[in-house]
Write a protein that binds this ligand. Structure first.
Ligand code: ADP
Ligand code: MG
Length: 259
């Protein structure tokens, strides 16, 4: 009967509203570049996970907002920061000097994983862009290897010469462990004044490993106008203190066990 129908309708509406309050229920509703959307589909990412739903719209808002994202391992935190990163960078090499994004991670293994996720998505973006261009829909023109987004891995265990070379190639995104990054900052007076987007991934582990003094020294080299994100599975007191010092009125997205 009518009342039941109303009930049903309002339940559906209520659900939709809750999703919207979390910042949109689908990748399609986030205002992403069409080629980035296609790249996501191509890689099999059809619907955002809860941490992605609540983080991505905030990270893409204007003016940019800082964010602390806490969610368990396996909840999709990598894409929660990688999608906004690619959208902000336009998915392509800037053509001007200086890296625009820096991702700090606790280990070489994680750096390699993050690089893989980022590279695959940006490659997917370029491929999707080419298809669009064939239909004359992409104003930004065809992709070439020259305007592909450039990534640099700055981690222990890589030869230093190799890393100097990567840095000389003018990367757009640097994925780094704190110790090695500080080493390069000193040894090749690496300039980080162009960084606009800074991510601390697995921040609790970065702290457990005793990187906090390294992190503070790195922060001093970055422009204060940057957008800063901190993702973690746990949020110990020391990390909250660090976030208060290094981030500007961050939005806290905290997803405990319910998801
Ligand atoms: P976390 O960093 O929170 O531990 P990851 O970012 O490593 O989690 O993601 C965990 C797994 O979930 C990965 O295999 C990733 O490919 C997958 N994943 C992430 N987001 C999505 C999505 N929106 N749809 C499908 N799979 C996803
Ligand atoms: Mg992770």
């Amino acid at each position: 009967d009518g009342a039941e129908l109303l009930k049903k309708t309002s339940t559906v509406k209520g659900k939709g509203k809750a999703k919207n309050e979390l910042g949109g229920g689908s990748f399609q509703s986030m205002g992403l570049h069409p080629s980035l959307l296609r790249a996501l589909t191509l890689r099999g990412y059809r619907t955002p996970t809860p941490i992605q739903r609540s983080s991505i719209p905030t990270l893409l808002s204007n003016p940019p907002r800082d964010l602390v994202g806490m969610a368990r391992t396996g909840s999709g935190k990598t894409l929660a920061y990688m999608i906004p990163l690619l959208q902000r960078l336009g998915g392509r090499h800037s053509g001007v000097y200086g890296a625009r994004a820096l991702i700090l991670v606790p280990s070489r293994e994680l750096a390699v994983q993050v690089l893989k996720v980022g590279r695959e998505l940006s490659r997917g973006w370029r491929e999707a862009g080419d298809q669009e261009h064939a239909g004359e829909r992409d104003e930004s023109g065809p992709s070439t290897s020259a305007n592909a987004l450039r990534w640099a891995l700055v981690v222990g265990g890589e030869g230093l010469d190799e890393q100097f070379e990567t840095m000389a190639n003018n990367p757009d995104v640097i994925i780094a462990t704190p110790g090695r990054l500080l080493h390069l900052l000193v040894e090749m007076s690496l300039n980080l004044s162009t960084i606009q987007y800074l991510v601390f991934d697995e921040a609790d582990r970065l702290f457990e490993l005793g990187f906090s003094t390294h992190l503070t020294s790195i922060l001093e080299k970055l422009p204060s106008s940057r957008q800063t994100l901190l993702f973690s599975a746990t949020l110990p007191k020391s990390l909250v203190e660090f976030a208060k010092a290094g981030l500007r009125e961050p939005k806290l997205v905290r997803l405990d066990s319910e998801t």
